[in-house]
Structure formats: C-alpha cells, structure tokens
Design a protein around this ligand. Structure first.
Ligand code: SF4
Length: 443
C-alpha cells in the first residue's frame, strides 16, 4: 500500500500518446523522485501507478483501458491514478475499471501527487476541473543527472477546432507557458546534462506570451543557454511557422535543428476544407519548397489522416500522390477515428473501418519507402550523431536531420556514448535505421 512509509515506495508511470504527455509524465516522475519514491518500470510490481492517457482515437482509448486493467489486475493493492486526456473525456468509463482510485483531467494532472491517498479509495475519486484559459507556469523539480534529450513543454491547448479533432475539448484553448518559467526549466535541464531539447505543445506556433513574445523569441532565448547543443521543434501547424526560422536552421552558431514536422492531413483541397484546416494544398506545398530551398538538409515529416468521412478513392490517391511527389521524408499515418462531440463524427458518410485500415496500410508502405530515400541520400556521408542509451550491443542516436543511426558497441571501445556527440560515417540502410561507423567522439 502506498502509505507504507518505512518500506521503499515503488511507483511506476506509463504514458500513452504524444510528446506533450511524455513531457508531463516526466514532471510527475521528478515530483515522485523528490518525494523518495523508487521508480520501477511499468509492468513490475508497484505500490503506486500513474497512467497518463490519450484519447486522440478510439484505439488510443482502448489502449488506455488495456494498460489500466493490466496494471490493476497484477497490482490489486496498489493505488492507481489515471490522468490526462482520456480522464478528461472518458472519466465515467474509466471509473468502471476495477481497482482505479483516482481519475484526474488535464487541468490538475501535474498536481496528481496532492490527491494520492494513504489507502485505496472505496470508489474512484474524479477530478475534472474546467480548463483554465490563462498563461501558465509549471512547478518543476529534480536534480538528478539526466542524459537524454528532453521534451520542454512551452504551450498547451488549441483554438483551431479542426472538424475531426477532440484535442481542443480535452486540452482546452491555446495557452502559453510563461517565458521565464520555461527558460528556468531549460537551464535546469541543461545543468543536469541535457544537450537536446524538443519543444512540445499542442499548437506551439501559436505561442504568444503576455509580453508579445512568440515562438521565435522562445527559440532565440533557448539558444543563449550555454551547453544546449540542439533545439528541435516537434510538430508545428503549417500556418503558424515564421519563415525566419530558416535562417536559424542554417546558422551553424544557432542550436535550432533543420527539422520540421508539419501536419498535412490530406492532399486534397476539398477534404482539407471539410476538415476545417487553414490552408490549401498549393499554399502548403509552396511553403515546404521555400523551406527546402532555404535549408538544404532539412528533414520534413508530416501527419496524414486517411478515411476522413466522404474521402473518395480518387481523393485518397491524390493524397498519396502529393506525399510521394513532394519533398516529404516520412509521414505518420492516422486512420480517421470518430470522436464524440466533433463535427466530423456527426457525418453520415463515414468510411468503413476495413477501408480505413486498407488505406492506412497502403500509405504506411509509401512512408517507409520515402524514409528509405531520405536515408539513401546521406549514405557515404559523415555526420554528427547525438547518442542515446545503449540497446543490446549497439549505440543508437540521431543526426540533426533525424536520421536514426546505429553503431556497434565494439566501435566505442568501452566508452560510454549516451549523450555524447560522435562523428559517424553512414554506411548501410537496415530496416528503419542506418548502420554507421564511428570515426571519432566529438565531445
Ligand atoms: S490544429 Fe487541429 S488537429 Fe491540431 S490540435 Fe488543433 S484542432 Fe486538433
């Protein structure tokens, strides 16, 4: 039981969904560590579990329920807290799962520890506050060394109201994290050893502080932090990207990486309009060509949704054509999923699930072939790689333009490479990575 203060308290955390959730889970983890909990991998016996959920699709909901059930079955005496987006939208369904003690929506999720009791609750306590519209700050803690790239939350919520999307309902309207607060956390992370920060949020291009500072100001302020080598922007909406980012990406003295992930969603104007996206295909394509011209080594990834209501076969083929014939390096494919409360869910021309799955599988094959082409463009070249934790007898890492590189551990001659930069020659494509040869350790 969680209140057993003399024994080591074991807590386990589980994150479903996006990078933003990962960054929030990390905050919760640091709070637990500061309170003396021993963090154990999810799946191992624990006294406390905090499961940070996602509700972006029906499948995401189902995966959340499965994770909760699998934990409570194996740990019937543990205190089980379920937080996040699915807690915001599906609290009553989660409350039916035996063993759940606490369900907290997005507004209060980072304060989850304040609600954890000494004993299991007789029935789940549900806390689902209205989501605040104001700028926010995050109380962060933690001083243990941290040798990974870290997500830095800079923004939350979205005002765009795309017709398929549940996110504005569960995460609320767009809100900006106060500049000083996010910079203080960034400095603390760099002091702990972090060399790469990934800026996260729901719609980070809409960042606008009360002092009228935008996402460029965030990036430039982060760039002034000594010891921070890499700044990567996670997903950013097409109409919100200042083109002056390109100068920073090609400036070797600036930490901003040549990386953009810009959701396209569909390659067909009629569908984009029905999705209530804010651009046409030609506007989108003009932008990415300008980006490529300005930043020659740019990695460009995207998200594409298939099987939106009424999407004809020709329209799907058009999306595939747009993806194949333009300078995309990869795409994440999302089969459309009806979300209660959204405009698109009310439509009668829903595409059968089987057909959505077929279209997804087809587009995923194209995505793999585009990634192969991206990797092939760099074979034989030597690039800096920031290494991550070892996997088996290999060291994986990423180039600045997001090529996943793996070297054999033997090449490192017993040196610990995690969080170190190496110069690597890219030799051969193998499944979803490039096998490389370490030429020298840079720092
Ligand atoms: S931009 Fe559209 S898809 Fe993205 S979070 Fe906002 S509403 Fe959802």
């Amino acid at each position: 039981m969680v209140g057993n203060a003399t024994a080591t308290k074991r807590a386990s955390l589980h994150t479903l969904g996006c990078r933003l959730n990962q960054s929030e889970t990390l905050h919760i983890r640091h709070q637990l560590e500061a309170k003396g909990y021993n963090i154990v991998p999810f799946g191992e016996p624990a006294d406390l579990a905090i499961i940070n959920t996602c509700t972006v699709t029906n499948l995401a909901d189902a995966k959340c329920r499965q994770s909760i059930r699998s934990f409570t079955r194996k740990n019937p005496h543990a205190f089980t807290a379920v937080v996040g987006c699915y807690s915001q939208s599906g609290a009553s369904t989660i409350a039916e799962i035996p063993g759940v003690d606490l369900i907290i929506g997005n507004q209060e999720k980072l304060s989850v520890l304040d609600y954890i009791g000494q004993e299991k609750n007789k029935k789940p306590v549900i806390i689902r506050e209205r989501i605040n519209k104001d700028d926010f700050s995050i109380h962060f803690v933690g001083d243990v060394p941290f040798d990974k790239r870290a997500n830095l939350k800079v923004q939350d919520g979205c005002d765009f109201m795309c017709s398929f999307c549940i996110i504005p309902f569960v995460r609320g309207r767009s809100r900006t994290r106060e500049m000083d607060n996010l910079l203080n956390e960034a400095r603390a992370l760099v002091k702990r050893g972090v060399r790469e920060l990934v800026l996260t949020g729901v719609n980070i291009g809409t960042y606008l502080s009360s002092k009228s500072e935008d996402i460029l100001a965030v990036i430039d302020n982060l760039n002034d932090i000594i010891g921070l080598d890499r700044i990567r922007i996670s997903s950013i909406e097409p109409t919100t990207i200042p083109e002056s980012l390109f100068d920073r990406m090609i400036d070797s003295d600036h930490a901003l990486l040549p990386f953009l992930h810009i959701p396209l969603q569909s390659g067909c104007d009629r569908i984009l309009d029905e999705m209530r996206r804010k651009y046409t295909i030609s506007e989108y394509l003009n932008f990415i060509y300008r980006a490529h011209e300005a930043v020659p080594d740019l990695y460009l990834g995207t998200d594409i949704m298939v099987g939106f209501p009424g999407e004809s076969l020709d329209e799907f083929d058009e999306t595939c054509r747009v993806f194949l014939e333009n300078p995309f390096d990869f795409c994440h494919v999302f089969p459309y999923s009806e979300r209660d409360g959204t405009l698109a869910a009310r439509r009668e021309d829903q595409i059968p699930q089987k057909e959505r799955a077929r279209r997804s599988a087809h587009l995923r094959r194209l995505a793999s072939s585009k990634r192969y082409d991206h990797y092939a463009d760099y074979l034989g070249k030597t690039m800096p790689v920031l290494f991550e934790d070892p996997k088996g007898d290999t060291w994986p890492g990423y180039t600045d333009n997001y090529i996943r590189v793996v070297i054999k551990a033997a090449q490192a001659t017993n040196q610990y490479l995690a969080n170190r930069m190496g110069s690597v020659r890219l030799n051969a494509i193998s499944a979803d990575f490039v096998a490389g040869e370490l030429l020298e350790i840079l720092d």
